[in-house]
Design a protein around this ligand. Structure first.
Ligand code: HGY
Ligand code: MN
Ligand code: MN
Length: 420
């Protein structure tokens, strides 16, 4: 099977998975929803056809295992397991490559081994994570956190916008919320993790490169906050007498933007805003916002979050509205494994491409996997750097390069273990 055929199959499969959405006219596939069940079934079938034994853990991660060669397992060298993967959930109104491309490029690499009847001196585990984006429960890396044994029991109490607790969603998705701790992957036999992902940024396109090697993944903090003022009649309450919750929220949104503009390397985003009671002739009594703060340096990120909380408190005092602020979670910045990244870079140069090293502003499941083993990431150029947007687009020839580089990378890992 040529690399081009494999690349075309990856893109066709991204299209197949993109048809599984919660919404008829845009791609939204949140944790534990029926479309997630459907894509798990489809991907499990592809995994089995590629010679993998497939299982599903209690949070809903799909785990396909491609065994090591007999000789290795028999003692030529302790076999071990190398991990590949990415996520199958999406944001709202998503592109079709953020997550699934990484799962399907890894699947293509296994398929190509299987087609050649080849096994490596170590097993491969292909991980299709059930929730990386955290759209439904605001819990980034929910799937990979279970696999990495980093799950926090209090997360089970989270409820979605429809008031459904996470524990109930896990059950509805086919898992046992009380058995999550038992799904933690023991790290003893792990040799590393490699994730292929669209860059979601403009650098590779600007440098006219098909792929790049990720140096680090920046940390992120997620919070939710609410301003509570007083609902009132839009026609009778003078502006000077109002306690307008949306006015306070609006002032805060601009303060967030100013903070990011004023701090080098900081990005801060209010992505969600809900206004209550939400009628055109009623002064908003309550405004609820999300806040996402990121920076390569963890201390700078924490300081920015603290300054924004103080600013929100000041806005509340000046407008006589009350503030509630809740930290939803945070993940520290992670550096990719130097040795695995050097092998990935060599795989790129052996394939005839420059191996640009670049940081990731976006979060990835590799953050959680770094708690278990060394991680490496391969970025794939995406058009205009656009992502978290249905305009997300990749070139087939770049996907072919990613498949080739990943295949060479696995061969280099195998060669280090004394086998071709
Ligand atoms: O938000 C992120 O960085 C990732 O897409 N979950
Ligand atoms: Mn994403
Ligand atoms: Mn992603």
């Amino acid at each position: 099977m040529s690399i081009e055929v494999s690349a075309r199959a990856v893109l066709e499969r991204c299209d197949i998975l993109a048809a599984h959405s919660e919404e008829p006219d845009r791609l939204t596939r949140r944790y534990g929803t029926p479309p997630m069940t459907h894509v798990n079934d489809v991907v499990a079938g592809w995994m089995r056809a590629a010679g993998m034994v497939v299982r599903r853990d209690n949070i809903g991660n799909l785990i396909g295992r491609y065994e090591a060669s007999e000789t290795s397992a028999a003692g030529v060298g302790a076999s071990g397991t190398f991990l590949l993967g990415s996520h199958l959930d999406t944001v709202r109104d998503a592109g079709r490559y953020d997550g699934p491309l990484g799962v399907l490029v890894a699947l293509a690499a296994v398929e190509r081994l299987h087609a050649r009847g080849q096994r490596l001196p170590f097993a491969l585990e292909l991980l299709a994570f059930a929730d990386e984006e955290g759209v439904r429960y605001h819990s980034g890396y929910l799937g990979s956190s279970i696999y990495a044994g980093r799950f926090r029991a209090e997360t089970l109490r989270a409820v979605d916008d429809d008031g459904i607790p996470l524990a109930a969603a896990i059950r509805a998705f086919g898992g046992d919320p009380d058995a999550l701790a038992g799904d933690a992957r023991a790290p003893g036999d792990l040799l590393g993790y490699c994730e292929v992902h669209i860059e979601q940024g403009p650098v590779l396109e600007a440098r006219d490169l098909p792929v790049g090697v990720v140096s680090s993944i920046q940390g992120q903090s997620r919070m939710t906050l609410g301003f509570t003022g007083e609902a009132g009649h839009a026609g009778t309450v003078p502006v000077s007498m109002r306690r307008d919750a949306l006015g306070a929220a609006s002032e805060f949104v601009l303060a967030v933007e100013a903070e990011a503009r004023g701090t080098g390397g900081l990005v801060a985003t209010v992505g969600q805003l809900a206004v209550e009671p939400g009628a055109s002739n009623v002064i908003p009594g309550r405004a609820i916002l999300s806040l996402d703060v990121r920076h390569p340096d963890d201390a700078t990120r924490a300081a920015a979050g603290a300054r924004l909380r103080e600013h929100a408190q000041e806005i509340g005092r000046s407008r006589q509205v009350t503030l509630d602020w809740r930290e939803l979670g945070q993940s520290r910045s992670v550096t990719c494994d130097t040795h695995l990244s050097a092998l990935l870079a060599r795989a790129a140069t052996d394939s005839g491409y420059a191996a640009l090293s670049l940081p990731s502003g976006a979060g990835h499941d590799g953050v959680m996997l770094s708690r278990l083993t060394g991680i490496a990431m391969l970025f794939v150029r995406c058009k205009g750097g656009v992502s978290h947007n249905p305009a997300e687009s990749v070139r087939q020839e770049d996907v072919a390069v990613a498949i080739e580089v990943l295949g060479r990378f696995l061969s280099l890992v195998a060669a280090e273990r004394g086998e071709p």
